[in-house]
Design a protein around this ligand. Structure first.
Ligand code: PQQ
Length: 582
């Protein structure tokens, strides 16, 4: 039996980091509605005691809330039955702080997973621990990587059926990405699939695994790399995972190829920047789709895969919807990887004119790159200017929500462009392997439309690939959205507002300024017969790296600092959970 599949159908709880296996981030709760949300009030708060960026969200399992922090990755269990929200237990791992300097984009952690009476935490130092959910006592732990080689962990673990899945971060350190499945029961490794390398490592079947309907052939994870560059090839796996129990397939994306200097690594660099569908039990790859072959801009493909069944062409299609860093919103048939839609979800996107949708074309499925914005074309030590989006993408890790009632995807986005200058680097284990200098700025500077906001919160129709409504946000929306059957969608902003909008129209219905900028994901749950909305504030992440790491030069923080410098006029560091109710 699949305990978690049953639990996630109860809207009173929030039992997985993404809400459910399908990553739709939608709740059937509806006490809070578009008509009454204006009366929402702060119910209680909890300080995590940790500074720097608080990503992810707590879990609610039964009457207990499980809350995590960025490094040092403390876990709290809070009693939701108790009016004082007493701390039932606290777990604080002992980690070598030398991991901190090899974390690329703040000391974030995207949350916990639950399964089989255990709470799973992927520590920054790549240790995966299973804690007894009742007592917080360590049940088992395994080491998934080696921080001395630049391998770290920021992604939430995901429990699907009897396995817990973890990825690896470190694309800025030449880490070769992989996803690993461990037994929930005892931590025994079931399989590991690498993003590149020989078929024995990637678990790709040369005669069965398909890319855009064609079998990929032998050692496809090597053949588009020069020499042994695939060994330090990136394609890390630090995002969100989803699972379709009927197809028994696990979906996720791989990140940028290393280094950021494209001139140094000729070829398509397969399978970086790729959507993966793997069999849950064996890890065998059913299909792949590489969105950005031979990346020249750091458009990691790791953003969430939303599994939604949608009416297309008169029938219900099992789709996978993905808002990529590269600025295209993709809709695929998740049974076989067929590409159905690929359209820009920010009109500013200029590095490619479109994705070639002509099945007969030799460039079918590839983005058609504009020479002017090709950092490869312009070469090393040349500054390619005004590329949209910036490296942090039209959307980064902040997950979208799907509301089946309106058929809309509610998407937190970035509206940022960049200058990008690649330079030559050599690989040393555990040292940065970046090879580009960046500067980011509001997209309005390229569009020449007089605006200087760096975010939009949009509603997207993934059946056709069109924006339905779009709200300007002063800053990139770095926190995840949640829609509800009350017709309300919630999200947080970098300056610290929890906001509620009408899902259908985007009309802003409520906002409340929390103690720090929000890069966490909103959740909703029910306790004692009452609906609550909860969100972590605590500014940081890549967008907030200037504040989080105390950086001030505009091209520091991998080019993000200057673009978000004015955040310091609105907020400061500090982790706090805020919980709201009517
Ligand atoms: N992390 C954030 C964040 O939490 O705000 C943003 C990013 C990361 C990126 O935009 C990245 O490109 C990125 N890349 C890697 C990688 O290539 O391994 C890791 C991470 C991370 O682990 O947080 C980020």
């Amino acid at each position: 039996s699949d305990e978690l599949l049953a639990l996630q159908k109860d809207p009173k709880q929030w039992v997985s980091p993404t809400g459910d296996y399908a990553n739709v981030r939608h709740s059937a709760l509806k006490q809070i509605t578009a008509d009454n949300v204006a009366k929402l009030q702060l119910a209680w708060q909890f300080s995590t005691g940790v500074l720097r960026g608080h990503e992810g969200a707590p879990l609610v399992v039964g009457d207990v809330m499980y809350l995590h922090t960025p490094f040092p990755n403390i876990v709290y269990a809070l009693d939701l039955k108790d009016p004082d929200h007493k701390i039932l237990w606290k777990y604080e791992p002992k980690q070598d702080p030398s991991v901190v300097p090899v974390m690329c984009c703040d000391t974030v952690n995207r949350g916990l997973a639950y399964g089989d009476g255990k709470i799973f935490l992927a520590q920054a130092d790549t240790t995966l621990v299973a804690l007894d959910a009742k007592t917080g006592k360590l049940v088992w732990s395994v080491k998934n990587g080696d921080p001395s080689k630049g391998q770290t962990s920021t992604a939430a673990p995901h429990v699907f059926k009897d396995k817990v899945f973890v990825g690896i971060a470190g694309g800025e350190f030449g880490v070769r990405g992989h996803i690993t499945a461990y037994s929930v029961k005892d931590g025994k490794q079931a399989w590991r699939g690498y993003s590149m390398g020989p078929d024995a490592d990637t678990l790709i079947d040369p005669d069965k695994t398909t890319h855009l309907g064609k079998v990929v052939g032998k050692d496809s994870g090597i053949s588009t790399w020069q020499g042994d560059q695939w060994q330090t090839g990136g394609g890390t796996t630090w995002g969100w995972y989803s699972y379709d129990p009927e197809l028994n397939l696990v979906y996720y994306g791989s990140g940028n190829p290393s280094t950021w200097n494209p001139v140094q690594r000729p070829g398509d660099n397969r399978w970086s920047m790729t959507i993966w569908a793997r069999d849950l039990d064996t890890g065998k790859v059913k299909w792949l789709y590489q969105m950005t072959p031979h990346d020249e801009w750091d458009y990691d493909g790791i953003n969430e895969m939303v599994l939604a069944d949608q009416p297309i062409g008169g029938k219900t299609v099992k789709t996978l919807v993905h808002f990529d860093r590269n600025g295209f919103g993709y809709t695929l048939d998740r049974t076989n990887g067929d590409l159905l839609v690929a359209e820009k979800y920010d009109p500013a996107v200029n590095w490619a004119t479109k994705v070639d949708m002509d099945k007969a074309s030799p460039t079918y499925g590839r983005p058609l790159v504009v020479d002017k914005y090709s950092t490869q074309h312009n070469g090393e030590d040349t500054n390619t200017q005004n590329v949209c989006p910036a490296a942090l993408g039209s959307k980064d890790q902040q997950p979208a929500s799907y509301d089946a009632a309106t058929g809309l995807f509610l998407v937190p986005t970035n509206h940022v462009c960049m200058d990008y200058e690649p330079f030559r680097v050599s690989y040393t284990a555990g040292q940065p392997y970046v090879g580009a200098t960046l500067e980011m700025f509001p997209a309005g500077r390229v569009l020449g439309d007089g605006t200087n906001h760096t975010g939009n919160f949009i509603a997207w129709d993934a059946k056709v690939g069109k924006i339905v409504w779009s709200n300007k946000e002063q800053f990139s929306v770095w926190g995840g959205a949640t829609s509800t059957d009350g017709g309300v969608t919630f999200y947080g902003t970098l300056e610290g507002y929890l906001k509620a909008v009408d899902t259908k129209t985007g009309k802003e219905l409520y906002k409340y300024k929390t103690p720090s900028g929000i890069i966490g994901n909103v959740i909703t749950y029910e306790a004692g017969g009452k609906q609550y909305v909860a969100v972590l504030s605590g500014v940081g992440g890549w967008a907030g790296i200037g504040l989080a790491a105390g950086l001030s030069k505009s091209n520091e923080g991998l080019g993000a600092v200057g673009n978000y410098a004015s955040l310091a006029n609105y907020t400061a560091l500090g982790g706090v959970l805020s919980v709201f109710a009517l």
